[in-house]
Design a binder for this molecule. Structure first.
Ligand code: CP
Length: 307
């Protein structure tokens, strides 16, 4: 039963619960008109202490397409946070007015803190470089719709694996599926954090390797998950400038890839996928962004218990 629960970490959802969310998302995609009033009278609060395009707009579009309404801020300086109000007090107050909260915040662990002080479900829309569970729902729904399975694949994850919260959440969620092999492609400075390597991959006996070359890995991949180097998490701009163009997927590299490779990217993209790739049928990242809205519709409906 998902009604009334928060979603802070991808492991908050069992495999069965994920499957139920994907089934509902699929029903919504097939017959959106049937769901256009299920959240009438309900209010989503979007509290975005960090910038966003996809996550905030897809949450807001999701709630409106379910018949609900939205309040919130995309710029914390327009709220009483700018006067020094604590996160706990902000959440306590917003939970007096809304039925569900989607929150993005630069501090790791902030969504967990918010859920402790909230009387209503809190959805983690990204907490610093830690987790981004609804991007993982988006990624998994895309894989399910376009590949049909979560098992028996070689998955390359490329770019900023240190600060990329979507990578951490995806690896956690995918660690529960069978017979997948991971090729983690990054500069040595941007490798996955130890807790993902030790507590997720090694603990679950998952086959993985850490490499630096995209060219040498691409031909074996069923999925290539590209990521942006996360400028906003760097303390040193020179270091960011040195690493930001470590990987650029272009037509030349793609010549070596499988014909049915699936290219994903949580977006925003900076330079890491050349625009010429967008026309290739293996480029799935804008479909992925669209699935993000449908899976958030399903998640909101489940957490509010409206269907
Ligand atoms: N994928 C993602 O989180 O995008 P935004 O930062 O635009 O929300």
């Amino acid at each position: 039963m998902l009604k009334g629960r928060s979603l802070i970490d991808p492991m908050d959802l069992s495999k069965d619960e994920l499957e139920n969310i994907f089934q509902l998302a699929s029903q919504i995609m097939s017959s959106p008109e049937e769901f256009s009033k299920v959240c009438e009278g309900k209010l989503l609060a979007t509290l975005f202490f960090e910038p966003s395009t996809r996550t905030r707009f897809s949450f807001e579009a999701a709630m409106m397409r379910l018949g609900g309404k939205v309040i919130g801020f995309s710029e914390p300086n327009s709220s009483s946070v700018s006067k020094g109000e604590s996160l706990a007090d902000t959440i306590r107050t917003v939970s007096c007015y809304a039925d569900i909260i989607a929150m993005r915040h630069p501090k790791e662990g902030s969504a967990k803190v918010a859920s402790i002080y909230s009387d209503i479900p809190v959805i983690n829309a990204g907490d610093g470089g830690h987790q981004h569970p609804t991007q993982t729902l988006t990624d998994l729904l895309t894989i399910k719709q376009l590949k049909g399975s979560f098992n028996n694949m070689t998955i390359g994850i490329c770019g900023d694996l240190k600060f990329g919260r979507t990578v951490h959440s995806l690896l956690k969620a995918m660690s529960r599926y069978e017979n997948n092999r991971y090729i983690l492609i990054s500069p040595s400075e941007l490798q996955i954090p130890d807790y993902i390597r030790e507590e997720v991959l090694k603990y679950n006996n998952i086959e993985f390797m850490e490499v630096e070359s995209l060219e040498q890995s691409i031909e074996s991949l069923d999925i290539l998950y590209m990521t942006r180097v996360q400028k906003e998490r760097f303390f040193n701009e020179a270091e960011y400038l040195r690493l930001r163009d470590s990987y650029i997927l272009d037509r030349e590299k793609l010549k070596r890839a499988k014909k049915d490779l699936m290219i994903l990217h949580p977006l925003p993209r900076v330079n890491e996928i050349d625009y010429s790739i967008d026309e290739d049928e293996r480029a799935c990242y804008f479909k992925q962004a669209k699935y993000g809205m449908y899976v958030r519709m399903a998640l909101i409906a489940k957490l509010l218990g409206v269907r």
